[in-house]
Design a protein around this ligand. Structure first.
Ligand code: GLU
Length: 295
């Protein structure tokens, strides 16, 4: 049987801390969506930002997912093993005039750029060349003012004018590390991911990713952006803030809470063990009940 068109989903945590409730929600949403449609579900460890990583976090995340009963297809892909691919792709972008070296410091960008929905909009200072005497710092992709639009399975059509709202964005940082925006696109294509289900904080990053897919001639997956779990301070839970690490010794309550957070309603006779939970959650997953994150 041909595998063309088979659903392939993924969960792609960064090992910046233990799995917290917010990342459990993202893992669960992507898993249930994939499994309810008989899809594959892959794990990718996004470990290309050592300054933000915590020793042991990658193993701890995998261990917790396993204890919770997640089952992944294929070996975990570690982005740290993919640096050659990122180097090759950034080389290609540069050789095609689609990316350029930029010597602006953060301070210079802040002074010259205006505030956009995703931070300071790069004003294009180095687009037509940097001063030779200045050190090259980052590598940026040339954006254009064509509106990028894609259908999100939860939010509906999302639109962004990249040049106006984001500006030429970084694909390799001044410290030589490759940017998330580049690595995620290269690896979603490498792993033949067909549908990406993840937190809504990445909704505003998706146009950059769709744009890179177009520049590189890569297929565009479907997207579904789940609501974010907010802390008491009204901000997204993050691993760095060590917010709400899930209790790996007692997975069921967290799983039920995460499913409810995603708008799924457990039966009156609630699942009393992991097997019952997974059977119920996969067979009754309903994407249309997932609440829409308001911004
Ligand atoms: N590694 C990213 C994070 O942990 C998620 C990447 C993605 O799902 O595209 O926030």
């Amino acid at each position: 049987m041909s595998d063309i068109g088979r659903y392939r989903g993924r969960f792609a945590p960064s090992p910046s801390g233990p799995l917290h409730f917010g990342s459990l929600v993202a893992a669960l949403g992507s898993y249930l969506d994939a499994r309810s449609l008989n899809g594959d579900w892959l794990l990718r460890m996004e470990d290309i930002d050592p300054p933000r990583e915590k020793p042991g976090a990658a193993d701890a995340i995998l261990n917790t997912l396993e204890l919770f009963g997640f089952e992944w297809d294929e070996a975990v892909l570690y982005q740290s093993s993919r640096i050659d691919a990122y180097r090759e792709i950034t080389g290609y972008l540069t050789s095609q005039g689609l990316a350029y070296p930029c010597s602006c410091s953060r301070k210079q960008v802040e002074t010259a750029g205006s505030q956009g929905p995703e931070g300071i909009i790069y004003p294009g200072t180095c687009r037509h060349g940097t001063e030779i005497s200045r050190a090259t710092k980052t590598l940026r992709v040339v954006t254009d003012s064509v509106e990028i639009s894609f259908p999100d399975l939860i939010h509906g059509r999302f639109r962004q004018d990249l040049e106006r709202d984001v500006g030429d964005f970084i694909v390799r940082r001044a410290d030589g590390l490759y940017a998330y925006q580049l690595a995620v696109v290269v690896d979603d294509a490498f792993q033949n991911i067909t549908r990406i289900v993840r937190g809504s904080d990445l909704l505003f990053s998706t146009p950059r990713q769709v744009y890179l897919q177009r520049l590189l001639g890569l297929p565009q997956p479907e997207y579904s952006h789940l609501p974010l779990v907010m802390g008491e301070d009204g901000r997204k839970l993050s691993k760095q803030s060590l917010a709400w690490p899930v209790d790996a010794s007692d997975p069921l309550p967290s799983l039920i809470q995460a499913a409810k957070f995603l708008g799924q309603i457990p039966p009156a006779d609630a699942p009393s063990n992991l097997d019952e939970f997974w059977e119920w959650a996969i067979s009754s997953w309903d994407n249309s009940s997932v609440p829409v994150q308001k911004f």
